[in-house]
Design a protein around this ligand. Structure first.
Ligand code: NAP
Length: 496
């Protein structure tokens, strides 16, 4: 039987876009191209280069399942090692040959049964299928603090780190205490002459071990059997499941255990009672994205470090003026103030069937059927799209599961079962209604704190169920939602 030769365009050569490239090759899609706006692969790990950059997922699980890495030097993977892992993997799997670098997509329009793509460079292309692997946290959020232009020192966002600026012996202020700010403080305490951490809302900190692997251990991990044993998949999956149980049911034993670990960490690690109270959040642990750190509390108690909890009035030529009138003189100011988490593919202009624009479809908030596809946007599939699982586990696992689902959609197109695939409005609305209802039961909603997990209406923009349910939803599309009958046994044997 002849199959249709699909032209597949992937946008983004970060972790998810590279995964798409590898899997497309594996499935024999010869007419596939990845467009990347920058000149290297790596996505978030290319863009974030701040001191202390670390992923809080255990190293050996922060890889593609088909390309484990025995060489991690620590229990938690350092950012530069993650970037080199992705660069190595891209080369090994021939993904580099699929990528057109320095091409930023400006618009995509569904016209005449294809995606018509326009790039900033003037280049254009068409595709039968568009895969958006454009990442989640990639547009820096700058705080609305007056006076930044007056500052005479260096000032930059954590994701735009200026490596020409000397740090040793300088007076450094870090604004923001999410995962990023906390990691930067841990890295700079002891290096800066004076380090100030500007905290608007205290955060709970989960303790974690981050020891080094010895040379001998790393040599032993080259044996896949040893690595597999050390990784202990069952234990890891149990931890992921416990985490998802905890966030979806704050009264669960799993949640109570995590809450206790955070509270004990604060009580046992911070010696000065006055500092301890300033660090103590008044919200439930887990309600903001949980921060894992082996050393933040030690760092903030370093003699050269200060926690500043008085609000910021403005930035001036010589530093930061707080609301009590005090001027904090600084040489360097770092905004660790997060990202526009609701941007996804935007500001790219995407126009679907019948002239519907993504801007309009997402005017209230980003939404998608099972985080992957949208009605009126045929043959557009997202990896790590809106309202998918986010949390303290590997986004690589999420993308790999989403690929299992997308692969099956592609196969129906390739087999000629249909020309275009988009979920129905009814299926998408039913999914979104169920998701929002379930999201109201999560600790992100009930915990009473603000975070980038919440949309404009205060509803968590996330998968509100456990990980097991996500994996099972991704195992096979509900074909009725796409207006297709289930594939026959014959079709399925072709896919396998
Ligand atoms: P974030 O979690 O959004 O935190 C932003 C911080 O900036 C918050 O502390 C916020 O305070 C503060 N802030 C924002 N505007 C401010 C202002 N005008 N004045 C004072 N403070 C202000 O951003 P992030 O730390 O960059 O982390 C974003 C996400 O990246 C994480 O949640 C995580 O998903 C990912 N990440 C992961 C790792 C990892 O280890 N896997 C490491 C780094 C980042 P409020 O709380 O008061 O709003």
């Amino acid at each position: 039987m002849t199959t249709r030769e699909l032209k597949v365009v992937v946008l983004g050569a970060g972790m998810a876009g590279m995964l798409a490239g590898i899997q497309l090759q594996k499935r024999g899609y010869r007419n596939a191209v990845i467009y990347e706006k920058a000149d290297r692969v790596g996505g978030t790990w290319r863009e974030n280069t701040y001191p202390g950059l670390t992923c809080d997922v255990p190293s050996h699980f922060y890889t593609y399942s088909f390309e484990r890495n025995p060489d991690w030097t620590r229990h938690l993977p350092p950012g530069p090692e993650i970037q080199s892992y992705f660069e190595r993997t891209a080369a090994k799997y021939g993904v580099l040959d699929m990528i057109r670098f320095n091409e930023e997509a400006e618009s995509a329009e569904w016209r005449d049964g294809k995606w018509q793509l326009q790039f900033k460079s003037g280049h254009s292309d068409t595709a039968d299928v568009l895969i958006a692997a454009t990442g989640v946290l990639h547009q820096p959020r700058y705080p609305d603090i007056p006076g930044a232009d007056d500052f005479r020192g260096a000032i930059f966002h954590s994701a735009r780190w200026d490596h020409s600026v000397a740090l040793d012996g300088k007076r450094i202020g870090v604004i923001g205490n999410g995962s990023t700010g906390v990691q930067i403080i841990s890295a700079l305490a002891g290096r800066a002459a004076h380090l100030e951490h500007y905290q608007r809302t205290p955060q709970w900190i989960m303790p974690v071990e981050n020891g080094e692997f010895s040379e001998e251990e790393r040599a032993a991990f080259r044996d896949p059997e040893v690595l597999n044993r050390v990784m202990n998949h069952d234990e890891y999956m149990a931890a992921v499941e416990a985490y998802t149980q905890a966030v979806t049911n704050v009264d669960s034993p799993e949640a109570q255990e995590m809450i206790k670990a955070c509270v004990d960490n604060l009580e046992q690690s911070v010696r000065d009672p006055e500092l301890r109270e300033r660090l103590r959040p008044n919200h439930t642990p887990l309600c903001k994205r949980l921060i894992f750190s082996p050393d933040y509390y030690e760092a903030i108690q370093h003699p050269n470090a200060d926690l500043v909890t008085t609000g910021i009035e403005r930035i001036e030529a010589n530093g930061i003026r707080t609301r009590d009138g005090e001027l904090h003189e600084l040489d360097v100011i770092v905004y660790a103030t997060g990202f526009h988490a609701d941007a996804f593919m935007r500001p790219m202009q995407i126009t679907g069937a019948g002239g519907v624009t993504l801007q309009d479809y997402w005017a209230d908030k980003p939404r998608a059927y099972l985080a992957i596809s949208m009605p009126d946007f045929p043959n557009l599939f997202m990896l790590n799209g809106p309202n998918g699982p986010v949390g303290n586990f590997s986004l690589i696992d999420i993308a790999e599961n989403q690929w299992i689902y997308i692969d099956q959609l592609l196969e129906r197109l390739r087999q000629g079962d249909c020309d275009a695939l988009a979920p129905s409005h009814a299926a998408t609305e039913a999914f979104e209604a169920a998701r929002v209802e379930a999201a109201r039961n999560t600790v992100w909603f009930k915990g009473g704190c603000s975070s980038w997990y919440l949309d404009k209406e205060g509803i968590p923009s996330s998968w509100p169920w456990n990980f097991e349910r996500f994996v099972s939803e991704m195992a096979e599309p509900d074909w009725a939602a796409f207006g297709l009958p289930s594939p026959t046994a014959d079709d399925q044997s072709r896919v396998a």
